[in-house]
Ligand binder design. Structure first.
Ligand code: ADP
Length: 900
C-alpha cells in the first residue's frame, strides 16, 4: 500500500504524534475520524462509516458536526478511551491543524455523572517489606486534590484500599510501578481505571516539587505537611503535569491541596467496605447498599459528600459531635428541615461549574446556574437564622464558612449581566442584558432597529402598493426577500428586482432591503464578537472565584448531607448515639439499617466492654448471626459518620478501624481459592487491628478440614483476646469454640435463639447470652426444599452420629508449648465435658457403641472412617448441593459407617 497523502496522510501523521487511542481532526465544520479510528468510533458510537479515497487508496471515515463533538467525546472517554482533538487554524497560505488537547477519563471536565471522577498517580520506591508509596488523587470536575505517602508493613494493602475507596477512572503508574506486574494486577482488580503511561520525567522529584509549588504555593505545601514526603510530592506533581499536558485548562480549578490517610479517619480496608456493602452490595449493584438506603440528598454534590462520609468515617470527637448536633437540630426542626431541602433542591453542582468555568467550557446557562446556586446560600442562611433550633446549632457555622459577601456580589453581577434564557452558543450574541455594556447597548439598539425596519416592511409595502399577498422573509440562499403571490405580480413597482421564481410566487429584493441586510449581518457579527469577548471576560471572573464557588458548593452539600441524615433518622426512628472514650459498644434494641427497611425486624441488644470484649456468636444457619454482627459494625460506622443510628439508644466507644472477614463469594470468580483468601483476610486483620478496633469475623477456618479449621479459629481467638484486645464478634459453626467463653476472660457466648417444638424450628431472631448447642442444618435443608426422604434420612444419620461418638479437641490455653487444656466435646449430649484432667489424657463419653474407644489409654478419637464422614457431613453445604447428590452422599456415608 502506498503511503497516504492529503487529508488522510495528515490525519495519520498527527495520530503518530500522540499516544491517545483515538484522534478527532477538524475538517471545516466537522471533526473526522479516519482509518482504524473511524472503525472504532463507528462501532462504539453508532456512527455511519463512509469511504474516503485518497490517491488511489480508500479509507474508512466517520465524522461529527463541530458543535456536537462534546457528547461523542464524553461517550468515548467514559468507555475508557483517550481521545486527542486536533483543531484547524488559519495560516497565511490556507490552514493547518494541530493537536490542541487530549481528553482522557481522568481529565474530562464535561462529565454527566454524579460520582466523583478521580485521576490518580502512584509512585513506589523501596522494595520487599520496606515498600513506600506516594499517591495523589485529583478530581478536575470539582477541584478536589488529595495526596498521601504510605509506608510500613501494610503499605501495599493500604494503597490498594485507597484505590478502592477513591475508585479512580484513570491511574498514572510511576516508573517503578509500571514494571511491577503484581501491583498492577491488584490495581486492576480493585478499580476499573484506565492505566496511562505519563512521561517518566514528570515523576522526577525535582520537577514534581516545582510543579506542586507552582500550583499551590510553597506555604500550602509546607502547611499540609507533605513537603518532606518525596513519594507524595512526586505523585502530586505527576498528576498536575498530566492535567496540564492534556491541555483542557482544568488545572485552574484545582486549588485545594489536602493530605489524608493519617490519624483522623477510621481504617476501613477494601474488603470491609465491600463486606459491609457501604456503597455497593456483594453482588455489585448499588440498590440495597447502605448509601442507597440512607441517601435522601437532593443534590448530586450532597450525595457525593454523604458517600464520602460513609467511606471515610472520622475519629475526631469534636467533628462528630458537630455533625451530630447539626443532625439533631434538623431532626427537631421538621418544617425548617423540609424547607431547607426544598431550597437546596433548586441548586446545581457549584464545584463542577467552577471547573467548567476554569476550563472555559461553561456557557451562559452554566453561569446563570452559578448565580442561581450562589443565591441559595443567603436563602438557607435566612432560614437558619429565623429558626431558633437551627440558629444555635453548628449549621450556622457551616453557612458562615464561605465568603458570603463576595458570593453575593458575584451573583448580583451575573444577574445584571445575563438574560434570563440565554442561547447555548456563546458566539452568536443574545447573552447579555441591556445596560451591561454601553458599546454593546448601542450595537443592540442599531441591530434591533434594523430588524424592526425589516419586520415592519411587509406592512408598509402592502399599504403602499395595494398588494395583499406579500411577505418579507429570509433564508440561507436568498438572504432577505419580498415574496409576492403570482396573482399580484402585476402590481409590483419597478424598483422591485426579481431574484427567484417559484410555483405560486415571485421573490424580489429592493436596494434598501439589501442595504439593511448588509447592516444586519455586519451588526450581528459585531454583536456576536463583542458578546463573545464580554462573555469570556465574565467567565474568567467567575473562574477566578473558583475557590469561593467550591466553598459555597461544599457548604450547600454539607447542609444537604446533614439534612439527609436527619430525614432518615426521623423516618426510621433512629437515635443519637453517645460517643464514649471507653472501649465499649452498648446498643439497646439495635437494628440493621438496611434489613430493617424490608423486614419485620426483631431488634436486639448488644453489650461489649472490657469484660465482654470478644463475643462468640452461635446459632442455627440463617438465624441472623451475620445480620447481628454487621449491624454492630454499621452502627459503629454510622456513629463515626456523625449520624444517628438504628437503635433505641447506643453508646459507642470510638474505634480506629473496623475490620471484617466474611465468606467471600466473588473472590472465587477471580480464581483464588476461598481458603487462601480467607487466610489472607485473617492475616490482614491480625496485623492491622488494635485494641481500639472493631473486628467482625463471620466464620474462620471453614474452607479447610474440620480439625484444621477449628485449630486456626481457636488460635486466632486466643491471639485477638490476649494480644490485640479489639472488640470482636465472631460467628462460628464450631461449637467446640464456645468453651472458650469459660476458658478465657472477656470472652462471652451469645446465640441467636431458635425454638424447636415437635421437630419444627422457629427462628426467633433474638440474641441471648450463652452458647447454642445445635446448628439445625437439617432443618435448613428441609426449608430449602431438599426432598423429604433425604431430610428424614439425614435426621436418622445425625441422630446416630450423635449417639455414637465424641470428638476431642485439644486447645492451647496459653502461649505455644505451654499448658494444655483438655476439652471434650461429647456428640451424645452436644456438650463439652469439663477438663478435670490437665494432663495429655482425655476422658471420653462411653456408651459401648462399636467404634468406641474402649480404654482410657487408647486414642479416644473416632476411627478415621467415622471422622471422615462427620467432617463431610459438617462441611456439606445443603444450599449448594443438588438433592440427588445429597442423597448419593448420604448413601455413601451409610456405607462407610457400616464399614463397607
Ligand atoms: P446467619 O448469619 O445466621 O446465617 P443471616 O444473618 O444471614 O443468618 O440472616 C438470615 C436471614 O434472616 C436474613 O434474610 C435476614 O434478613 C433475616 N434476619 C436476620 N436478623 C433478623 C432480625 N433481627 N429480624 C428479622 N430478620 C432478620
Amino acid at each position: 500500500m502506498t503511503e497516504a497523502t492529503g487529508i488522510v496522510g495528515e490525519f495519520l501523521s498527527l495520530k503518530a504524534e500522540t499516544d491517545a487511542d483515538v484522534l478527532a481532526m477538524q475538517c471545516g465544520d466537522f471533526y473526522e475520524f479516519f482509518d482504524e479510528d473511524a472503525e472504532l468510533v463507528a462501532e462504539e458510537l453508532d456512527l455511519t462509516i463512509s469511504q474516503k479515497s485518497s490517491h488511489g487508496s480508500s479509507y474508512p471515515m466517520a465524522g461529527v458536526p463541530l458543535d456536537d463533538l462534546t457528547p461523542y467525546l464524553k461517550a468515548l472517554v467514559e468507555r475508557g478511551y483517550r481521545v486527542a482533538v486536533a483543531d484547524q487554524y488559519e495560516t497565511a497560505d490556507g490552514h493547518a491543524r494541530e493537536i490542541t488537547r487530549i481528553v482522557t477519563p481522568g481529565t474530562l471536565v464535561e462529565t454527566g455523572a454524579d460520582d466523583a471522577q478521580y485521576l490518580a498517580a502512584v509512585v513506589s520506591d523501596g522494595s520487599g517489606s520496606d515498600e513506600r508509596y506516594g499517591v495523589a488523587f485529583a478530581d478536575v470536575t470539582t477541584g478536589q486534590f488529595f495526596v498521601s505517602g504510605l509506608d510500613g508493613a501494610d503499605a501495599t494493602a493500604e494503597l490498594v484500599t485507597e484505590l478502592y475507596k477513591f475508585d479512580p477512572v484513570e491511574v498514572l503508574p510511576g516508573p517503578t510501578v509500571r514494571t511491577d506486574d503484581v501491583l498492577l494486577d491488584r490495581i486492576r482488580e480493585r478499580t476499573d481505571a484506565t492505566l496511562t503511561l505519563h512521561a517518566a520525567d514528570a515523576f522526577a522529584p525535582g520537577r514534581a516539587r516545582h510543579t506542586v509549588r507552582e500550583q499551590f504555593g510553597e506555604e500550602t505545601v509546607d502547611a499540609v505537611g507533605i513537603a518532606d514526603d518525596e513519594g507524595a510530592i512526586r505523585a502530586a506533581g505527576a498528576v498536575l503535569s498530566y492535567v496540564e499536558e492534556t491541555g483542557q485548562g482544568a488545572l485552574a480549578a484545582v486549588t485545594r491541596l489536602q493530605q489524608y490517610g493519617s490519624g483522623d479517619h477510621v481504617d476501613l480496608d477494601a474488603t470491609t467496605q465491600r463486606n459491609l456493602e457501604l456503597t455497593e452490595t456483594m453482588h455489585g449493584g448499588t440498590d440495597g447498599s447502605l448509601f442507597a438506603t440512607i441517601d435522601h440528598t437532593v443534590t448530586s454534590a450532597g450525595g457525593r459528600l454523604l458517600k464520602e462520609w460513609l467511606q471515610r468515617p472520622r475519629r475526631s470527637r469534636t467533628e462528630l459531635e458537630r455533625r451530630q448536633s447539626a443532625v439533631a437540630a434538623l431532626t427537631e426542626a421538621a418544617m425548617a428541615r423540609e424547607e431547607l431541602r426544598e431550597i437546596l433542591d433548586g441548586g446545581y453542582d457549584l464545584e463542577r461549574l467552577a471547573s467548567r468555568a476554569a476550563s472555559g467550557s461553561a456557557d451562559a446557562g452554566d453561569l446563570l446556574r452559578v448565580q442561581g446556586t450562589l443565591d441559595l446560600l443567603p436563602q438557607a442562611a435566612d432560614l437558619v437564622a429565623e429558626t431558633p433550633r437551627l440558629a444555635d446549632s453548628p449549621l450556622a457555622s457551616v453557612i458562615e464558612q464561605p465568603d458570603r459577601e463576595t458570593g453575593a456580589s458575584l451573583a448580583a453581577e451575573l444577574d445584571e449581566a445575563l438574560v434570563e434564557d440565554p442561547p447555548s452558543t456563546v458566539t452568536q450574541g443574545g447573552l447579555f442584558r441591556l445596560g451591561y455594556d454601553e458599546e454593546l447597548d448601542e450595537l443592540i439598539e442599531r441591530h434591533e432597529a434594523a430588524k424592526e425596519w425589516i419586520a415592519t416592511l411587509d406592512d408598509r409595502e402592502k399599504r403602499e402598493h395595494g398588494i395583499t399577498h406579500l411577505q418579507v422573509d429570509r433564508n440561507k440562499t436568498d438572504g432577505y426577500y419580498i415574496q409576492v403571490g403570482k396573482s399580484e405580480t402585476d402590481k409590483v413597482p419597478d424598483e422591485y428586482e426579481p431574484i427567484k421564481t417559484l410555483k405560486n410566487s415571485e421573490r424580489y429584493t429592493i436596494p434598501e432591503l439589501e442595504e439593511r441586510e448588509r447592516e444586519i449581518l455586519r451588526l450581528e457579527e459585531q454583536r456576536g464578537d463583542l458578546e463573545y469577548e464580554l462573555f469570556g471576560e465574565l467567565r474568567e471572573r467567575v473562574a477566578a472565584h473558583a475557590e469561593l464557588l467550591q466553598d459555597v458548593g461544599r457548604a450547600l452539600a454539607e447542609l444537604d448531607a446533614l439534612a439527609s441524615l436527619a430525614a432518615h433518622a426521623v423516618r426510621n426512628d433512629w437515635a443519637r448515639p453517645e460517643l464514649a472514650e471507653s472501649r465499649e459498644l452498648d446498643v439497646r434494641q439495635g437494628r440493621h439499617p438496611v434489613v430493617e427497611q424490608t423486614t419485620e425486624f426483631v431488634p436486639n441488644d448488644l453489650r461489649m466492654d472490657d469484660d465482654r470484649r470478644f463475643l462468640i456468636v452461635t446459632g442455627p444457619n440463617m438465624s441472623g448471626k451475620s445480620t447481628y454482627m454487621r449491624q454492630a459494625a454499621l452502627i459503629t460506622l454510622l456513629a463515626q459518620v456523625g449520624s444517628f443510628v438504628p437503635a433505641d439508644a447506643a453508646r459507642v466507644g470510638l474505634v480506629d478501624g473496623i475490620y471484617t472477614r466474611v465468606g467471600a463469594l466473588d473472590e472465587l470468580a477471580q480464581g483464588r481459592s476461598t481458603f487462601m483468601v480467607e487466610m489472607q483476610e485473617l492475616s490482614n486483620i491480625l496485623h492491622s487491628a488494635s485494641d481500639d478496633s472493631l473486628v467482625i469475623l463471620d466464620e474462620v477456618g471453614r474452607g479447610t478440614a474440620t480439625y484444621d479449621g477449628i485449630s486456626i479459629a481457636w488460635a486466632a481467638t486466643e491471639y485477638i483476646v490476649n494480644e490485640i484486645r479489639s472488640r470482636t464478634l465472631f460467628a462460628t459453626h464450631y461449637h467446640e469454640l464456645t468453651t472458650l467463653g469459660d476458658e478465657l476472660p472477656s470472652v462471652e457466648n451469645v446465640h441467636v435463639a431458635a425454638d424447636e417444638t415437635d421437630g419444627d424450628v422457629t427462628f426467633l431472631r433474638t440474641v441471648r447470652d450463652g452458647p447454642t448447642d445445635r446448628s439445625y442444618g437439617v432443618h435448613v435443608a428441609d426449608l430449602a426444599g431438599v426432598p423429604e426422604p433425604v431430610v428424614d434420612r439425614s435426621r436418622d444419620v445425625l441422630d446416630r452420629l450423635r449417639e455414637d461418638e465424641a470428638i476431642e479437641v485439644r486447645g492451647s490455653g496459653g502461649s505455644e508449648g505451654g499448658d494444655t487444656t483438655q476439652v471434650v466435646f461429647d456428640l451424645d449430649s452436644g456438650q463439652f465435658k469439663g477438663d478435670e484432667q490437665t494432663s495429655g489424657e482425655t476422658r471420653v463419653a462411653t456408651d459401648g457403641s462399636p467404634n468406641q474407644a474402649t480404654s482410657e489409654d487408647d486414642d479416644p478419637r473416632l476411627d478415621p472412617a467415622t471422622e471422615a464422614v462427620l467432617d463431610e457431613l459438617r462441611d456439606v453445604d445443603v444450599n449448594e448441593t443438588p438433592p440427588v447428590e445429597l442423597l448419593a452422599k448420604v448413601q455413601e456415608w451409610q456405607a462407610e459407617l457400616d464399614g463397607e
